[in-house]
Ligand binder design. Structure first.
Ligand code: CMP
Length: 139
């Protein structure tokens, strides 16, 4: 499998609780190269755009409120088989079902406050990465 990219965000609960450094350490130790990174805030409106695919779901408003409640750390990451390997590293969406040693098992509080996002396909990784970063911010 060729080197490819995924997109992630460390979510407000994990940033506020001071887990940013520990999570980045796990990501780098798992072999991912950080292509782009910043600390930023999503407005409610921008969160709504990012999660538009979930707009009909009952948790949509709560998700947008939560994702705009504090700072996040979005990143573009590069590795062989990046999308699938990163989803393995973060664990199941619901931390109650996440495997031992995964980022969500260690740091997520609930299915909503679940510490970190990981793209579910190469196509979405590209769309989500360009939502946060210009090509000139990728190194
Ligand atoms: P993520 O996969 O990063 O992006 C979509 C998010 O929606 C997901 O993480 C969860 O945080 C959230 N989510 C998914 N399902 C539910 C649910 N049933 N209740 C609340 N939040 C959810």
């Amino acid at each position: 499998m060729a080197t490819n990219r995924t997109f992630t965000m460390i979510k407000p609960d994990a940033v506020a609780d001071g887990h940013t450094g520990a999570i980045i350490k796990m990501i780098e130790e798992a072999g991912f190269r950080i292509v782009a990174i910043k600390k930023t805030l999503l407005t409610g409106e921008r969160a709504g755009q990012f999660y538009a695919v979930h707009s009909e779901r009952p948790f949509y408003q709560g998700l947008c409120d939560y994702m705009s409640s504090g700072a996040i750390v979005p990143m573009i990451l590069e590795k062989e088989n990046a999308v699938a390997d990163f989803r393995k590293l973060i664990g199941a969406t619901n931390p109650a079902q996440a495997e031992e040693g995964t980022i969500r098992k260690l740091y997520a509080k609930s299915i909503e406050s679940n510490a970190i996002h990981g793209s579910d396909s190469d196509e979405n990784a590209a769309i989500e990465g360009s939502f946060f970063f210009a090509a000139t911010e990728e190194y």
